[in-house]
Design a protein around this ligand. Structure first.
Ligand SMILES: CC(C)(COP(=O)(O)OP(=O)(O)OC[C@H]1O[C@@H](n2cnc3c(N)ncnc32)[C@H](O)[C@@H]1OP(=O)(O)O)[C@@H](O)C(=O)NCCC(=O)NCCS
Length: 235
């Protein structure tokens, strides 16, 4: 059993990453230049499994701004350290990091002739989907596509249909409410209630109406909105 520390790769890990890459893959290897680009990229996460002074495994996850789908671009574990859970540990950390970066699904392609890797992905809840992609790799081998829906720790705002306005007004707070608490029902009536309360807040703060109330950070709370979404900000 190899004990490893899974962490984000640093530029000084580059020689280890190149060595691992050439040991694990016979074709489609990531060049030195591409590795440097990946290590510097904002949209790439390179994770390494460190064991003493060396790197015994690595995984690359690619993300795209505005997309909830992350891609596991590569995973490799050094030959002498396989079958001790390192691949699984790297992918688990990759899923957690992707979730923190706003992704809710991870996808990957894997050679059709790599059943061991497929077992690893399936053991972590990945499922194959779509058609096998012919001649995906440089030697002509096809690819099986896998995906897994995972936990996203960043709230995703999704557009709602059926509210009085889809671009402004109460839609924005409603989208946030729905994203943070998916089980709530965001019906037209609730949209109207938000609209109603927002109007009252504006009336009180901008028009100073009714005159006795004035502008206050707790204005929303003083509207006695009976919803957990409106926190009582007693400042
Ligand atoms: C695929 C690879 C990353 C797996 O890494 P690993 O650290 O050995 O994997 P793990 O020890 O975490 O194994 C997890 C599970 O994967 C499956 N698995 C992995 N290697 C296996 C093998 N040689 N035979 C059978 N099942 C295997 C098993 O289900 C295993 O669970 P178990 O040990 O409880 O039975 C590694 O073999 C590797 O680097 N291969 C070369 C590069 C590669 O093919 N990358 C994948 C590109 S898509």
């Amino acid at each position: 059993m190899t004990t490893v520390n899974v962490r984000k790769a640093q530029v000084h890990d580059l020689p280890h990453l190149l060595k691992l890459e050439h040991e694990a893959f016979s074709g489609d290897c990531i060049s030195r230049r591409s590795w440097i680009g990946l290590l510097r990229s904002q949209s790439a996460l390179v994770l390494v499994a460190a064991h003493h002074q060396s790197i015994v495994g690595a995984a690359i996850v690619l993300t795209r701004k505005g997309s909830a789908v992350a891609r596991l671009y590569s995973i490799a574990v050094e030959h002498g350290h396989r079958r001790s859970g390192i691949g699984r540990a790297l992918i688990s950390e990759a899923l957690a990091c992707a979730g923190e970066a706003g992704s809710a699904e991870m996808r990957l392609e894997s050679r059709s002739d790599n059943p061991n890797a497929h077992r690893l992905f399936r053991s972590l809840g990945f499922e194959s989907f779509g058609r096998v992609v012919d001649r995906y790799y440089e030697d002509g081998m096809s690819a099986v596509r896998f995906r897994k829906v995972h936990h996203c720790t960043v709230p995703q705002a999704r557009p709602l249909r059926g509210t009085p306005s889809s671009t402004g007004g109460p839609s924005s707070p409603l989208m946030d409410m729905k994203a943070l608490t998916p089980e709530i029902s965001v019906a037209n009536l609730m949209a109207l209630q938000v609209w109603n309360k927002a109007t009252l807040v504006v009336a009180r703060s901008v028009l100073q109406w009714p005159p006795a109330v004035g502008i206050s950070k707790s204005t929303v709370a003083t509207n006695s909105w009976r919803s957990p979404w409106f926190l009582n900000t007693q400042e």
